[in-house]
Design a protein. Structure first.
Length: 186
């Protein structure tokens, strides 16, 4: 934990002092800090603007208030379905967890969620159902390996492609799509 904390603080300080335009729209290589912007915008909505002005009928977000009704209704509906069908798929549905996960949608991309969903479906359902002994023995090791490999790949990609400046020579759809998004400028 200490090593993780020190490395996180070290990387953060290095990034803030060495990446030009970090956490701005003009940041090189897309270091625009989307989660920080979402947190800032949320703080602004609930603090400076206030929910009364934000959710009034003039602005157009008043329909979002219906989700305060939909949330409990979904929980009650799933609870009743669990009682009615005790050994069904409804036993595995957790509405607060699902709705809480939607918090991370604004800065994430479709790639983030589609890869998560495909991996979860394959290993959490198909392999568990057909190869339970293998799943029981190796699933958590596989999970740790996937998490670790993403972190290691991020470090390797950063130092080999971005830090060396090689990324300035890449020009294709995948390197420009985030710049064309209308949500990026909102």
């Amino acid at each position: 934990m200490v090593a993780g904390t020190l490395s996180s603080v070290g990387v953060l300080n290095w990034a803030l002092n060495h990446i030009e335009g970090v956490c701005t729209q003009k940041a090189v290589n897309g270091f625009s800090c989307p989660y920080s912007r979402i947190h800032f915008n949320t703080s602004l909505i609930w603090g400076a603007i206030g929910p009364r002005r934000f959710f009034n009928n003039d602005i157009g977000y008043s329909a979002l208030l219906y989700f305060f009704i939909i949330g409990p209704v979904l929980v009650i509906a799933v609870y009743l379905l669990r009682r009615r069908y005790p050994n069904s798929l409804w036993e595995k549905v957790h509405v607060p967890l699902f709705l809480g996960g939607l918090n991370y949608l604004p800065p994430a991309t479709g790639t983030n969620y589609s890869s998560w969903a495909i991996t979860g479906l394959i290993f959490g359902y198909l392999i568990r159902k057909r190869l339970y002994a293998w799943w029981y023995k190796y699933n958590f090791v596989l999970s740790a390996a996937l998490d670790s490999s993403v972190s290691i790949a991020g470090v390797v990609i950063f130092f080999t492609i971005f830090f060396t400046g090689a990324s300035s020579h890449f020009s294709w759809w995948g390197t420009k799509v985030y710049k064309a998004s209308p949500l990026r400028h909102s």
